[in-house]
Design a protein around this ligand. Structure first.
Ligand code: SF4
Length: 228
């Protein structure tokens, strides 16, 4: 596994569990508002898998879950084996993914190697903008369909970043997610280091009132829509 960092303790990242968060290195998307630009490209590995597993073995009495986030974890060839090792230590495993590889997700679910999944929906799921990911629409829709049939808890979430998210795209996201339990809408923080440093100066920030309105729009299709 190419690991770029770890948060040793979190009560926010795995619903209901105290967890560690592991950040994998490398991503196949290029979201201009990405807050983890240091994780998008590959570079020297600052954290070894052995060191992470050693830490998690010691901390098992104090942690219940491990979140595998990124970067994009599904591009790691040994992800399934890593999940298996985490579960063998007694951890519940949550995967955060952009949904670009439904086959990897399907394999992890079928082999019961993950216990929870969060899928980031970046824009209209059938038509992602080129700035984010060219030609991924079918893959995202397939991952959504797969999750709707899955026997594990999952959530959809969207970072409300203009111009990729607006009233119309929220409606399409909610329509695609219809039949699921929950969608979380979160603001885009433009003040941090972003993958595209120009983006922070050229894009307007969507207001809380606009995001609340998006919640109402999506609420016509889904039972639970929450602003984070
Ligand atoms: S925000 Fe986009 S570019 Fe950044 S890690 Fe997530 S999917 Fe990759």
């Amino acid at each position: 596994m190419r690991l770029g960092g770890m948060l040793k303790n979190s009560t926010l990242d795995y619903p209901g569990l105290v967890s560690a968060v592991i950040f994998t290195q490398g991503c196949n998307f290029t979201c201009p508002y990405c807050h983890n630009p240091h994780l998008v490209s590959f570079f020297g590995t600052p954290l070894t898998e052995e060191a992470v597993l050693f830490f998690l073995r010691k901390r098992r009495p104090f942690l219940d879950g491990v979140v595998i986030s990124g970067g994009e974890p599904t591009i790691q060839p040994d992800l399934a084996e890593f999940c298996k090792q985490l579960q063998s230590l007694g951890y519940q495993v949550k995967l955060d993914t952009n949904g670009s590889d439904p086959e990897v997700v399907r394999n992890l679910i079928e082999r019961k190697l993950i216990n929870y999944l969060a899928l980031d929906l970046k824009s209209d799921p059938g038509n992602y903008p080129l700035e984010i990911a060219p030609s991924r629409g079918e893959a995202i829709l397939t991952t959504i369909a797969l999750l709707k049939r899955a026997a594990i808890p999952y959530e959809f979430r969207t970072t409300c970043a203009a111009p990729f998210v607006n009233r119309e795209t929220i409606e399409r996201i909610a329509q695609a997610a219809r039949g699921s339990a929950s969608l979380f809408l979160q603001p885009c923080h433009l003040e941090r280091d972003l993958l595209d440093s120009v983006f922070m100066h050229t894009q307007p920030r969507l207001s809380i009132a606009e995001i609340e309105e998006f919640c109402l729009v999506a609420g016509s299709y889904l039972p639970t829509v929450v602003r984070r």
